[in-house]
Design a protein around this ligand. Structure first.
Ligand code: OXD
Ligand code: MN
Length: 596
């Protein structure tokens, strides 16, 4: 057992109290050293929790398989536990704190018998930054420890920081017996506490990520006047060396990670742009002393979806994940490397699938459906420091200044390629009414629209009506607020073909966004916002079908009037809590759409 090094009395008392409940065989404090990491990897391999991959081709890489009933975030088992139900809002599952603690205690009791409890002190954001928050996760999973060492700044330096800034989020996790009927992901924002039990899947158990950095942090942000958002952060460097930063929110499966590290398209190469990646998933933003919005990425790694990652969708990620990466639920090839659907290589002749069964291309299950080699939500956990486009500002305590906020969703017919909101309040309305359509890959009615305001629906730790109010208030506090835009990479023609090629070409749209921020180009005023004049999107080297750009920029008033019905229904669920300003925006848009 490693000697306890903390002088934080509250921390020590809490660790011992949780240990009395969970009854581990021993307690190990995670110090963040290479030596301890190597020891944990060794133990995990011996215990069958990790499979070492081909160390010549994938040095430092391992494969992990989760229980097949435990492959994604379980939103229906995720709760916000506030004293008042109203504080959680209609967007969250709610449980009263006392009942939640009681229910979870029964599962945690003795759950770590025969295992070790690891104590992981971690910092979300650079250690010691005024933007950062500290958490301590107790877990009985080595897989969690090794992932947290990639995803966060963890270990001794954080423990030292806890002597100076003693506040921390108490995160407790046990895999228990991985029984889905005894799985709970509980958030207690009023106690700065997270309890997660019965799961071993990343989004449920790497408690620094969705649980702390979004759900609890969004609650803290409202109290302390900052933002915790489900946004990528990227820098765009012009040839003169000037870098401007964008924060962008998209619902899952809309290409956030790919956009965050894109390589400029051939046609724009002559302009000499470079992209710098600050983060791909979470952005914490504060108003700094200059009155503008500054953002940090609280994480240190990427927890990315493997299927579809290839040289076209994301060449920088292909490079990033070549070493020191933990793969979860992908196919194991006979040569000890890995494969997934939509990778650059053709399917191997054979392998071991994500459930540990022999696999061959063309295999069908008993219903005649193809057996997938990798799970559709298979992942890699990889250090951000290995990303070729990593920004030198990743460790800066005040982060980067944000020029534009970009929202987006997957809309086949409605939303134009890009539009700019009229002002901050209108921009908040644009974010609040964000929606995406289901794709063929998702369960449910094709084309059905799901509202996902600011891509935060599963991650907002309090009543979303108050969250919208917070956004409105923050706009008033900024001397120089970022401009707010909406993009849609997924618009289709009448035959169901995508009008826009997406991926690297999306930089052409971001170029317009920055031109607008710098007052370099005029725009067309429409009822929904400002859209580009076609000539202002640089199309050098990109041959779109005739008329495609016009179709991409078209605003169909009839479709938008139809859209308003869904918006109204969505807003009504918040009853009188919804800020009046959003109804004003709704009415104003409705009026603009009815004008001849
Ligand atoms: C993620 C998600 O894993 O948004 O980032 O689900
Ligand atoms: Mn995400």
């Amino acid at each position: 057992m490693k000697k306890m090094v903390s002088h934080n009395k509250k921390l020590k008392e809490w660790v011992m109290k949780m240990a009395r409940m969970c009854q581990p065989d021993g307690i190990v404090w995670i110090d963040g050293s290479d030596k301890q990491k190597a020891q944990l990897e060794k133990e995990a391999v011996t215990a069958g929790e990790l499979i070492p991959l081909n160390q010549d081709k994938l040095p430092g890489c391992f494969l992990h398989r989760t229980n097949p009933n435990d492959v994604a975030r379980t939103e229906h088992l995720t709760y916000i536990c506030t004293k008042e139900k109203q504080a959680a809002g209609p967007n969250n599952n709610w449980m009263a704190p006392q009942a939640a603690y009681r229910k979870a205690k029964a599962i945690f009791k003795g759950s770590m018998k025969g295992r070790t409890m690891y104590v992981i002190p971690f910092s979300m954001g650079p250690v010691g930054s005024p933007f950062s928050k500290i958490g301590v996760e107790l877990t009985d999973s080595r897989y969690v420890v090794l992932n947290m060492l990639i995803m966060t700044r963890a270990g001794e330096s954080v423990l030292k920081q806890l002597n100076k800034t003693p506040e921390f989020t108490r995160c407790l996790h046990s895999i228990a017996d991985l029984d889905i009927n005894k799985r709970l992901i509980l958030h207690f924002p009023e106690d700065n506490t997270i309890w997660s039990v019965g799961s071993g899947y990343g989004g449920n158990v790497l408690l620094g990520k969705k649980c702390l950095a979004l759900r609890l942090a969004s609650y803290m942000g409202e109290k302390e006047a900052w933002f915790a958002e489900h946004m990528l952060i990227m820098g765009i460097e012009e040839p003169n060396g000037h870098v401007e930063y964008i924060a962008a929110a998209f619902p899952s499966a809309c290409g956030k990670t790919n956009l965050a590290m894109l390589i400029p398209p051939q046609g724009l190469k002559r302009k000499g742009y470079r992209i710098w990646t600050v983060g791909d998933d979470i952005s914490w933003m504060r108003i700094d002393s200059d009155g503008s919005l500054w953002a940090i990425n609280p994480e240190m790694g990427f927890f990315g979806v493997a299927p579809g990652t290839n040289m076209k969708s994301n060449p920088n990620m292909v490079t990033t994940i070549k070493k020191n990466t933990i793969y979860t639920n992908v196919l194991l090839k006979p040569d000890g490397t890995v494969w997934w659907e939509g990778s650059d290589e053709a399917a191997p002749a054979s392998g071991i699938d994500w459930q540990g069964r022999p696999w061959k291309p063309g295999m069908k299950d008993s219903d005649g459906k193809p057996v997938s080699a990798a799970h559709a939500n298979s992942r890699f956990t990889t250090p951000i420091t290995q990303c070729p486009s990593i920004s030198f500002r990743v460790d800066q305590h005040h982060g980067v200044p944000i020029s534009a906020i970009v929202f987006g969703g997957r809309r086949q017919f409605l939303a134009p390629l890009v539009y700019e909101s009229f002002n901050w309040q209108h921009g908040v309305f644009v974010g609040a009414t964000m929606a995406s359509e289901r794709t063929a890959a998702q369960v449910g009615k094709l084309g059905e629209v799901r509202r996902d305001p600011m891509a935060m629906l599963p991650f907002c730790g309090y009543n979303m009506a108050d969250y919208f109010r917070h956004w409105l208030k923050m706009g008033k506090k900024m001397a120089k607020a970022p401009k707010i835009f909406n993009v849609n990479w997924f618009r289709m023609d009448e035959t169901g073909k995508f009008l826009w090629p997406g991926y690297t070409e999306n930089l052409r749209v971001l170029e317009w966004v920055l031109d607008r921020c710098n007052n370099k180009v005029e725009a067309e005023k429409t009822p929904i916002g400002y859209i580009p004049k076609a000539r202002d999107i640089d199309m050098t080297g990109l041959n779109l079908a005739a008329g495609a750009l016009d179709k991409l920029l078209a605003v169909d008033k009839k479709d938008w009037r139809e859209e308003l019905k869904g918006v109204k229904e969505f807003f009504e669920q918040f009853k009188k809590d919804l800020p009046e300003e959003l109804w004003q925006e709704y009415e104003a848009l409705s009026e603009r759409l009815s004008e001849k």
